[in-house]
Design a binder for this molecule. Structure first.
Ligand SMILES: NC(=O)c1ccc[n+]([C@@H]2O[C@H](COP(=O)([O-])OP(=O)(O)OC[C@H]3O[C@@H](n4cnc5c(N)ncnc54)[C@H](OP(=O)(O)O)[C@@H]3O)[C@@H](O)[C@H]2O)c1
Length: 265
């Protein structure tokens, strides 16, 4: 497999999260990191201090092992056009963009090996999850090398399932934050002051996230909190009365999936 620098094209929310994760875990040597960004970003600046190159001349891209594409889906053709000619023919392209098909990327990058990855921004602190799809074994190995230190990995052989992974894991943290918001509102409804309500709701979310890191099943995690006939059990019954919670979550995932498919059409 080609050695050489990792080039990151786009250092927004997700690009910055990846840079933070690589620096935190030491999995990408900053001296082997090139960041292409139109504007100054704190994560890129931290990497620069440690030896990363920001917007170097195009000839420095020639030795790149891979280009990680982290711009908005609507931007990728315009953003990649100035760099594609500077890359070696076997530089792998690792796209973290939602909805952009490997076939389109391969055509845009003149047949270079493609991996698609759908990570969460918790890669910043090595706690993300990432779905990977790559037909090319070397591109898959490369994507594993970049994300394994930052995330739990699932490999998806069927590219169509990347949209489903986007709808579940890419969007999932926002659904869970929305749930926390609803919990904070409910806390106010039962008399808690706004600040206190928010502290309690966020603390509950943090506690759930911390316990979810362990090996226990979700049933056992629920069982640790909900004793038979107790308060939590009463709350859980109301939460999913008539299957309303299951339905709301299924509707959210279906809507996100449809949108991901619209974007990739
Ligand atoms: N955020 C998430 O949780 C998440 C999760 C999974 C996948 N994704 C995917 O990740 C991609 C980026 O999302 P995001 O949330 O990080 O968006 P974002 O914050 O808007 O970042 C996109 C970045 O692209 C940069 N950019 C624009 N034109 C460029 C160019 N010509 N060359 C280099 N960089 C350029 C922008 O720079 P400026 O800031 O200077 O305009 C911006 O910082 C999207 O395709 C999305 O589908 C995001």
């Amino acid at each position: 497999m080609r050695q050489g620098p990792v080039v990151l094209l786009g250092c927004g929310r997700l690009g910055s999260a990846m840079v933070e994760g690589w620096l935190l875990t030491g999995s990408v040597d900053p001296a082997e990191l090139i960041i292409l960004t139109p504007s100054t970003k704190p994560a890129a600046e931290r990497a620069r201090v440690l030896g990363a190159r920001i917007n170097p001349p195009a000839d420095e891209l020639a030795g790149a092992r891979c280009l990680v594409l982290a711009v908005k889906p609507a931007m990728w053709r315009a953003a990649s056009e100035p760099v594609v000619g500077a890359l070696a023919k076997d530089t792998a392209i690792v796209s973290v963009m939602a909805g952009v098909r490997a076939g389109d990327l391969s055509a845009g990058f003149q047949g270079r090996p493609i991996a698609r990855v759908m990570p969460t921004t918790a890669v910043a602190w090595g706690q993300g999850v990432a779905a990977i799809h790559a037909e090319d074994p070397q591109a898959r190995t490369l994507a594993h090398g970049l994300f394994q230190p930052l995330a739990d990995i699932v490999d998806l052989d069927d590219e169509d399932l990347m949209d489903a992974a986007t709808a579940v894991a890419g969007s999932g943290p926002a659904y869970l934050h929305a749930f926390t918001q609803a919990l904070a509102k409910a806390a106010q409804d039962v008399g808690l002051p706004p600040e206190t309500a928010l502290t309690l709701a966020r603390g509950a979310a943090r506690s759930a996230a911390a316990s979810a890191r362990g090996e226990g099943t979700l049933e056992s995690l629920i069982g640790q909190v909900a004793s038979p006939g107790g308060t939590t059990e009463a709350g859980l019954k109301a939460l999913n009365a008539g299957g309303q919670l299951d339905r709301a979550v299924a509707d959210a995932v279906r809507a996100a999936l449809n949108r991901a498919r619209d974007l990739s059409a």
